[in-house]
Design a protein around this ligand. Structure first.
Ligand SMILES: [Zn+2]
Length: 335
């Protein structure tokens, strides 16, 4: 069996060609079977145009479907449940597939594939720690098999503090910052970290309204249909019209802005997706610099010019190494 990384991870045997997390239509349509680990765009694109049978979790299906244009839908798919007994294993052309939580975002799965007497373990993006709003990834073995994993933070400087250390620091920052500001801005990954922050704030004793960017609102709503995150709201806000407004500063300064909103609570926390990292200077023109926070693993090495915490949905360097060792795999690939 061959393992090839080419816009997705290809497992090619005489019997079957599987692609895990294809990022182009052409790399996907060459295969017999597609496995989708989670709904982030760097792992799956144009799912509605991919022909072969696609296996994914129910939440991943919901999240991907919610991003499709009207009249588009995902066809030829099969939902896989997290493995709890041998009946949960899916057998396709003699290839046995089971799924396990990956702890990375709603619906994220690891896949264990048994093919030609070999076990292949694909972790997808994963997190081994318990977090607000998500189940952690279990460690799995693939003795003498193939371990395929995430190298996003596979470098020594990315050893992240535990949630037990981070959560009190983050909550303390929220408390102090809310005392001095009416509004706080949080920039983090739309799917994954922002649901963790939503749940963390809702289960804290802090009194504030959570205002979400539309894309986060959608992810939060789907997440809450599986596991309640608590209260959050979506209100008309200038920042949501990102496609129409090129320059936020000029928008904020203009009198015709129609996006003003009034929160029911005097203090608000506004959750924005990660790409707002490029708009920090524009945000600073509207909000106090001290009221902006970025939550990402990159905070270990990057200075964003505002407060940041290394709160990540990914495993850090030490977790990746530990998992690789635990797996007892013969060979490791990074996707
Ligand atoms: Zn991801």
């Amino acid at each position: 069996m061959k393992v090839i990384k080419n816009r997705g991870m290809h497992l090619i045997s005489k019997r079957i060609h599987i692609v895990i997390d294809p990022t182009t239509i052409s790399s996907a349509n060459d295969a017999d079977l597609i496995l989708i680990s989670h709904a982030h765009v760097d792992h799956i694109k144009n799912v509605e145009k991919i022909n072969p049978l696609k296996i994914m979790s129910r939440p991943t299906f919901d999240l991907l479907s919610s991003n499709l244009k009207q009249n588009c839908k995902i066809t030829n798919f099969k939902i896989i449940e997290p493995y709890s007994c041998p009946e949960d294993e899916i057998n396709i052309q003699g290839c046995k597939i089971s799924a396990f939580h990956a702890g990375h975002c709603l619906g994220s799965f690891q896949f264990r594939i048994k093919l030609n007497n070999k076990t292949i373990l694909y972790t997808g993006d994963f997190c081994l720690e318990s977090r607000f709003g998500m189940s952690k990834a279990p460690l799995l073995k693939c003795k003498n098999g193939i371990f395929i994993t995430d190298d996003t933070y596979f470098s020594q400087e990315y050893v992240f503090p535990t949630r037990k250390t981070l959560y009190p620091k983050i909550l303390n920052w929220f408390k102090e910052t809310l005392e001095e500001n009416e509004e706080i801005i949080i920039i983090a990954q739309r799917l994954g970290v922002q649901q963790e922050i939503t749940a963390l704030l809702n289960y804290s004793t802090l009194s504030c309204s959570l205002i979400t960017h539309p894309s986060i609102y959608k992810a939060n709503e789907i997440h809450s249909s599986y596991l309640p995150l608590g209260k959050f709201q979506y209100k008309s806000h200038p920042l949501e019209n990102k496609r129409k407004i090129r320059n936020l500063t000029s928008y904020f300064n203009s009198k015709s802005g129609n996006g003003t909103y009034k929160s029911s609570n005097s203090k608000s926390v506004i959750l924005l997706p990660y790409y707002y990292i490029r708009k920090i200077r524009e945000l600073e023109a509207k909000y106090s610099k001290n009221s902006i926070m970025v939550a990402t693993g990159w905070a270990k090495t990057q200075n964003f010019g505002v407060k940041s915490f290394p709160l990540s949905s990914h495993a850090g360097y030490d977790q990746i190494l530990n998992y690789q060792k635990y797996s007892q795999a013969q060979k490791t690939f990074f996707f």
